[in-house]
Design a protein around this ligand. Structure first.
Ligand SMILES: CC(=O)N[C@H]1[C@@H](OP(=O)(O)OP(=O)(O)OC[C@H]2O[C@@H](n3ccc(=O)[nH]c3=O)[C@H](O)[C@@H]2O)O[C@H](CO)[C@@H](O)[C@@H]1O
Ligand SMILES: C=C(OP(=O)(O)O)C(=O)O
Length: 423
């Protein structure tokens, strides 16, 4: 079992180019299935989730050739419409294959993705949207079969602005007959990126980034070359780490506007922030201010994917703060681990009271999910002494070699295999 061994207490300094966005790359790779031919997708982060998507696409008949962060996909022949259960279980994002396969072939079979460490995560809104487009969906205990002789445009109101449901419905509607309108759509930048990709292939999608998305169905799409947007959550994680360690970092390949809510919090905490084009400079301070009560919200609000990382910062700042987690019902498992490191946190009912001003002390802690893992690494970099973080399989889902990234910023962090570790 791999672990990070971190010797903390040293400010981070230096420059890092931010990786491409996992949450944009996953649906876009799935969407390549909708146009037969050779696509080229650039700046794809090399993550374990992307590797699972790679294996699913291969199992469906796609040929992939990687060159660093760029991949060529030959999607002319689809030999199966069944997502292998073993791969489906490894990654929830395999549900992104539903919309594209249904649109291209008229059928798809997936296994039920189930919940995960951060909450129940049902897919009822995905299924409701696909049914409204005319898909027949048979739900069995372990699997879901979808088929459609023809998909037809419809008006779909989402009860919740679900990111994944918005994307799945958008993809299915692109090749449907007539117009689809998604109301109460999610507004995340990754949805705008998917729209841009689909339109580059010849789709007619408008409104992504607002809560109403309109898709006029087209008959066919063509393969394209496309570059994924930078990862706003990775940029936010690195900026937060710089502030938490009272360091100073320059992040390049960033869309600062995508990070506005997280940067506002860093600014209120006392960080200095400068933006120039796609570069973001952040400097922390050894004395951080309280920022008050934070609530996670759909974009453009404070993102749930930054909640654990920001919690570390608030534990280090002065005064009282709180965070309410409103998107997922089980995303506070890092609280117990941070308390083991000396943070003064009290969790109850999806809300955490944070009494700031704690001195964090190194401990052995376990990452139970992706962003919990990122938070524990930040805490380790800011803490006195040695921190060991286990559960790296979660961190590897979303960060391309996080240890090397922090080493580039002067962080003393090493990845060790096995259990016997000494510094
Ligand atoms: C690959 C990807 O892009 N992942 C992101 C995506 O996940 P994901 O697309 O799974 O998140 P959603 O926006 O769908 O989930 C938001 C909320 O809606 C609920 N829900 C969702 C779908 C559904 O059919 N029924 C339902 O009740 C979920 O349980 C959750 O409570 O958005 C989340 C919220 O910003 C982020 O944390 C994830 O990083
Ligand atoms: C929850 C996340 O991703 P996923 O939807 O892939 O689980 C995340 O990126 O923080």
């Amino acid at each position: 079992m791999d672990q990070f061994v971190i010797k903390g207490g040293k400010p981070l300094y230096g420059t890092v180019r931010v990786q491409g966005a996992k949450n944009a790359a996953l649906p876009i790779l799935a969407a390549t299935l909708m146009a037969g031919g050779i696509h080229e997708i650039r700046d794809v982060p090399r993550l374990s989730d992307i590797e699972v998507m790679n294996r699913i696409l291969k199992a469906l008949g796609v040929k992939l050739r990687w060159d660093g962060n760029n991949v060529k996909l030959e999607t002319s022949t689809i030999k199966s419409t069944h997502i292998p259960e073993a791969l489906m279980r490894q990654m929830r994002s395999s549900i992104f294959l539903m919309g594209p396969l249904l649109a291209r072939t008229g059928e798809v079979t997936v296994s039920r993705p189930g919940g995960c460490a951060i909450g129940a995560r049902p897919i009822d809104l995905h299924l409701k949207g696909l049914r409204l487009l005319g898909a027949e969906i048979r739900e069995e205990r372990d699997s879901i079969h979808c088929s459609a002789g023809k998909l037809t445009g419809a008006e779909i109101h989402l009860e919740l602005p679900s990111v994944g449901a918005t994307e799945n419905i958008m993809m299915a509607a692109v090749l449907a007959e007539g117009e689809t309108v998604i109301k109460n759509a999610a507004r995340e930048p990754e949805i705008v990126d998917l729209q841009r990709f689909l339109n580059r292939m010849g789709a007619e999608v408008h409104g992504a980034g607002t809560s109403t998305i309109t898709i006029r169905g087209v008959k066919r799409l063509q393969p394209v070359s496309y570059e994924i947007i930078p990862d706003r959550i990775v940029a936010g994680t690195l900026a937060t780490a710089a502030v938490a360690t009272a360091g100073e970092v320059l992040l390049t390949h960033v869309v600062p506007d995508h990070l506005r809510s997280s940067l506002e919090i860093l600014d209120r905490a006392g960080a200095e922030i400068r933006i120039e084009g796609d570069a973001l400079w952040v400097r922390g301070s050894s004395r951080l201010n309280a920022v008050g009560d934070l609530v996670t919200e759909p974009y453009p609000g404070f993102p749930t994917d930054m909640q654990p990382q920001i919690m570390v910062l608030l534990a280090l700042s002065e005064g009282r703060n709180s965070i309410s987690e409103k998107i997922f019902d089980g995303r506070l498992k890092h609280v117990r681990e941070l308390v083991r490191m000396g943070a003064d946190l009290e969790a109850g009912d999806n809300r955490v009271e944070i009494r700031g001003g704690s001195r964090l002390i190194g401990a052995t802690v376990d990452a139970t999910d992706l962003r919990a893992g990122a938070a524990l690494v930040i805490a380790g970099l800011a803490a006195e002494g040695t921190t060991r973080v286990t559960g790296l399989n979660h961190i590897d889902r979303g960060y391309e070699r996080l240890d090397l990234t922090f080493q580039r910023l002067g962080g003393q962090i090493q990845r060790h295999s096995g259990k016997a570790v000494s510094l």
